[in-house]
Design a binder for this molecule. Structure first.
Ligand code: FES
Length: 219
């Protein structure tokens, strides 16, 4: 299923059309940048940080190390013999440590996604709700939960603290850390839901924009 989602996202990003209709914008193209000098799909201008963020995610690493590289093949199954193994302490896997920096970059995408939700409630200048509004709202919520359940988010609010009770600020950090930990326990769920939500929102916008289906107005 992971491969299917990856293939769909790549295909949709490559298309460069049918990514916007009315107030609806595909999340694969948000924030939308369309400079005249760029001849390719606008998705290619903005997708690299979120793609790398997801590719270096701790959960996805576990998934694709095991399922794609058989490394390790499974729990309690011995690894293949190898002379040297440095794990993520040497090139190329040391690059996985970029995840903590990509976390900060991808946080910058969230305000744009929530602005897209606002735009999805605008129908010829007045407020409204369509099925597309809900699809785009679910996507923004899922990606927000995915981001804030990240291990880097948990470390940001609660890491590098020796004493949580020693100051009012650290006590506040402790409360935030408990919240981040609760989200973090569900990170795998948010990883899957958000990937489905991104591809689903793109597919919905794409089908409406290309005239295959009509958006159903609810309000
Ligand atoms: Fe999965 Fe950071 S650990 S997004």
């Amino acid at each position: 299923m992971l491969a299917v989602l990856i293939l769909y996202a790549n295909w949709a990003a490559y298309q460069g059309n049918n990514y916007q209709v009315g107030g609806y914008l595909s999340p694969l193209y948000s924030p939308l940048l369309t400079p005249e000098w760029f001849p390719f799909s606008p998705a290619f201008l903005i997708l690299l940080p979120p793609v790398l963020f997801r590719a270096t995610c701790y959960y996805y690493r576990k998934a694709y190390y095991r399922s794609y590289f058989l490394d390790p093949p499974a729990c309690a199954v011995a690894e293949f013999h190898r002379k040297q193994y440095h794990g993520e302490t040497a090139f190329p896997l040391i690059l996985q440590n970029l995840h903590r920096y990509l976390f900060f970059i991808t946080l910058c995408y969230l305000p744009f996604l929530w602005h897209d939700v606002f735009n999805a409630t605008r129908f010829e200048g007045s407020f409204g709700i369509g099925v597309g509004t809900l699809v785009i709202l679910i996507n923004a919520a899922a990606l927000t939960l995915y981001s804030f359940s990240c291990h880097s988010a948990r470390h940001l609010v609660g890491g590098n603290v020796d004493c949580f009770s020693c100051s009012a600020f650290n006590r506040a950090r402790h409360r935030a850390w408990i919240g981040a930990s609760l989200l973090n326990e569900r990170h795998m769920l948010f990883a899957w839901v958000s990937f489905f939500a991104v591809c689903g929102a793109d597919l919905y916008v794409r089908l409406v924009a290309s005239g295959v289906i009509r958006d159903l107005r609810l309000l």
